[in-house]
Design a protein around this ligand. Sequence first.
Ligand code: SFD
Ligand code: AMP
Length: 625
Amino acid sequence: MNADSFETVVVETDLLILGGGMAACGAAFEASYWAKRHNQRVTLVDKASMERSGAVAMGLSAINLYLGVSKGNNRVEDYVSYVKNDLMGIARKDLVANIARHVDSSVHLFEKWGLPIWKDDEGNYVNEGRWQIMIHGESYKNIVSEAAKNALKELGENGSYYERIFITEPVMFGDRCVGAVGFSVRENKFYLFKAKAILDSMGGAVHIFRPRSVGEGLGRSWYPPFNSGASTYFTLKAGAEMTCQEVRFVPVRFKDSYGPVGAWFLLFKSKATNAKGEDYMETRAAELEKWAPYGTAKPTPANLRNYLMLLELEEGNGPIYMRTDEAIKKLVAEIPDEKEARRKMKELESEAWEDFLDMTVSQALNWASHNIMPEETPSEISACEPYFISSHSGASGAWVSGPSDLAPGEHHWGYDNMTSAKGLFAAGDASGASSHKFSSGSFTEGRIAGKAAVAFCMDHPDNVEITDEQISALKEMVLQPLKTFAEHSGYTNDEDVNPNYIKPKMFMFRLQKIMDEYAGGASVGFKTSEALLTKGLEYLQFMKEDAEKLAAGDLNELMRCWENVHRMWQAESHIRSVLFREETRWPGYYFRTDHPTMKEDWEVFANCRWDPGTGEWEMIKREIL
Ligand code: SFD
Ligand code: AMP
């Protein structure tokens, strides 16, 4: 493939939304409303097709953030303390509250657009847990993306969306972000998007750590394989400050097919036990006191639930089972009438299967192929490999400005959700320290950021000149892997093995090995130390040098090359932040064997910034206000 044959397409807009997931859809919907009133242009760019892109691609079975404030169910401050507790004290209260106070209206919009939400006999939403409501959500993403596209279409020629364009790099003018570059994954086209404000909402990252699914299972993971660290890379390269890069998420899931556990724990009130049938949340309750005050609060933080399970495995008490059979039997036993009990049994069976069919179809296939009937057979659960998803129970992302009425002092510097790089905003998995926003909260945060970004566009109407030299240099850099391949591939019989280059798949395997073995991956029980991290960082520097030799035989491989460069930067910011925080705060996510306890003086945000001028990293402690 000839890199010189690529056409350069320049798109000029006012607000550029990067990504087409939940946050991006929220941003497109809200920004279009304001853009229409103020004659601004809005453009959205997704690497995939918005109908099925991002984490909600397969659908979801629940909306995990809904307060139900109008029914008097919950208060915003209760949600804030729940989130802060779950993250062991590390959360931006202003950001969490801003999302929580607006999220209900987003959920009501989803329902208006056609999302079926479970209702009880009185017409109320059916809660899974205190904050979670049940949905028939197989088509959740189709419904939400259709609304976002319709909103953009309402803008006429001022609204547009581009699909199957992979964004690689920010375009900077001094300290201001003024655009992004990328390429089509279907045609030989290089894209430059020029904008006044840019919203980074390209999701989180997976396949940075070696996955448990290898060999024939390669590519299967809990987190969608197509989100590969673009958000973090983009904000880092723009010189923006990042936060909580050490806070990875290790979900517990049904083993090997990654089916969700929330409905089992919360809706069906199931227990998880070791192989002997012991409920480790009860038998190991004393362990939680070591992690007080968070460990002793209710509900027990997600990472500590993991940790107690990991202790069981360390002592050889696995496999760990979700006792689906006992849970269903108990729910049915509560019903005295026999006929009604039989009906209830059928209903529970159907709900159990739907939970997987709505969002993780492969888990239903796994059950079927292993002759598992949830009402009769318990199922294995296991801790996944680590992911970066700040919208769930992780926290890594850009450090963003909070709302003027809630953000204390230095947490507010102008526009809601603007990063420390001028004109660059972040939402969803791209923004940090505001965990537990989930699908509804990410959409809501996108709305907040989209509205603020339109205001930024209106306050900064000046046009920034991007020179032809700058465009050529960016194009050359983005397409270099194609050139490298074309130049050297004739040297060997097998084009995947060549002394002059490295293919992206091998590059990814190398990265995953380093992260798994040195940064506390699944195969070492999530344990690491200063010595291991330092060694891992040294190996990552070699990888950075080798990244210049990445080679791509076609457009798909070009995308794979850049996905892995993005992953490498996410990996580096993670290792540096885990190294910086000299304590163990989330033992079920990672454990620092050289600093095995939680320390009071580390009850702070661990932030970092890569300086585009010097190429140096700066580590910053920021107070929790
Ligand atoms: O329970 C580029 N989540 C759940 N949330 C819920 O509310 N209920 C559930 O039931 C949930 N479950 C769940 C969840 C997540 C996952 C992975 C699973 C199960 C398996 C969380 C939400 O899904 C999550 O909070 C939001 O989706 C986050 O929104 P956002 O917008 O931050 O990320 P996205 O939706 O994944 O979208 C990312 C977009 O970026 C695009 N993209 N575009 C251009 N160039 C690039 N280089 C790009 N890289 C990525 C993607 O294509 C996508 O459009 S439960 O089991 O936990
Ligand atoms: P999951 O399926 O694990 O993603 O969980 C969905 C929702 O339920 C999230 O809001 C979780 O925080 C919550 N959750 C899952 N398991 C538990 C549990 N054992 N106790 C409290 N909350 C839980």
